[in-house]
Design a protein around this ligand. Sequence first.
Ligand SMILES: Cc1cc2nc3c(=O)[nH]c(=O)nc-3n(C[C@H](O)[C@H](O)[C@H](O)COP(=O)(O)OP(=O)(O)OC[C@H]3O[C@@H](n4cnc5c(N)ncnc54)[C@H](O)[C@@H]3O)c2cc1C
Length: 375
Amino acid sequence: MKIEDVIIVGGGLAGLTAAIDLARSGHKVHLFEAKEYPQHKVCGEYVSNEVIPYLQHLGVNVFHHGAVYIDQLQISDSQGRLAKSPLPMGGFGLSRFEFDRLLFARATALGVQIKILKVARIQFAKDIFTVTTTDGQSHFAKVVIGAYGKRSNLDKDLERPFAYKKQSWLAVKSHYNEAEHPGNVVGLHNFEGGYGGLSRTETGMVNFCYLAHYHTFKQYNGVADFNRKVVAKNPHLARFLSQATPTFSEPLTIAQISFDEKATVENHVLMAGDSAGLIHPLCGNGMAMAIHSAKLAAGVVRRFLDSRRPHRAKMEKRYRKEWDKAFRQRLWYGRKLQGILMNAKYMDLGIRMARSSTALMRQVITRTHGKTLVP
Ligand SMILES: Cc1cc2nc3c(=O)[nH]c(=O)nc-3n(C[C@H](O)[C@H](O)[C@H](O)COP(=O)(O)OP(=O)(O)OC[C@H]3O[C@@H](n4cnc5c(N)ncnc54)[C@H](O)[C@@H]3O)c2cc1C
């Protein structure tokens, strides 16, 4: 029985970042990803600049691959009343197709062993993990990082409470051609039962991704009907949808999105990225959090593996503490903001206040983002 140092389950932003970080410091890393690279993913594709120095440290320069600088936010209520603000730290637009591809290429170049195989089960006994893949093979490791995203078969297997609850959110995304949308702007536009983000990607196309309440969505006859009758009631989105041409044959959709609290460590698996907690997308900070949490996980794992007397409970305690310090408050603000955005009365007031004070907008944005992530 060969026992590996680290197995990472899931190779999105969090999994690949943790793999690259550990591989750079000489650790042998095995990663299982369920799907072939690269894939389009449901995401707003606006990334906060807070992760730039860390990504560069890992050998990934997104601007060499066409990432678009974004420094302005436009936000509108369902009537189309608009408020604008400079983004304090700014960000960039990059498709998940390209972002995941870049990280995958970097991880492969550093010798990370990536297998395209779904993990069916993670068990822990006698201080060793057994990771069983869907081909029936068992793999053994001292440490497992769970970076398998918002929702996976593994959540039920690990008996995580949110996996048994019906969730009320779904999301829709497509890329669009011939769309008039300034490259330096990320748009956040409200409509009844949801909101959507507009931002340009490295291909020149505009990503339009929205989150909608299932209760509202199910009253309509699919995405096209919902877009026409609900989304397009916001005049900014109506203009966008009437001018732009979708480039995907069908929009990508996901359902059952959970914003519930999750445990940071589950059956000794260190959770990173969305597996540890998902911030409301309106904050535009989920990807930065995924990358940041991967950095934290890689840090504690490195200490554990390099120690002459490794202490698992201490590693887990340290990870929980660092994760809470970095993200707990941001998630709380995200929940509060979501409540405001989804309430027409509060939103009306919020837009009026935001119009009269850019300082207020900056405050709100700052509270839902992290500080620059230093390597
Ligand atoms: C509608 C919406 C809009 C968003 N917009 C933004 C935005 O504009 N900006 C932003 O910063 N964040 C945004 N986010 C959040 C952001 O998309 C996520 O936080 C980010 O993708 C998390 O990365 P991750 O690595 O944790 O998960 P993922 O990127 O989802 O990666 C998880 C990986 O695990 C794999 N996997 C799953 N199960 C298994 C298994 N059993 N075995 C092996 N592999 C497995 C999956 O195939 C996947 O590749 C948005 C989220 C939503 C829902």
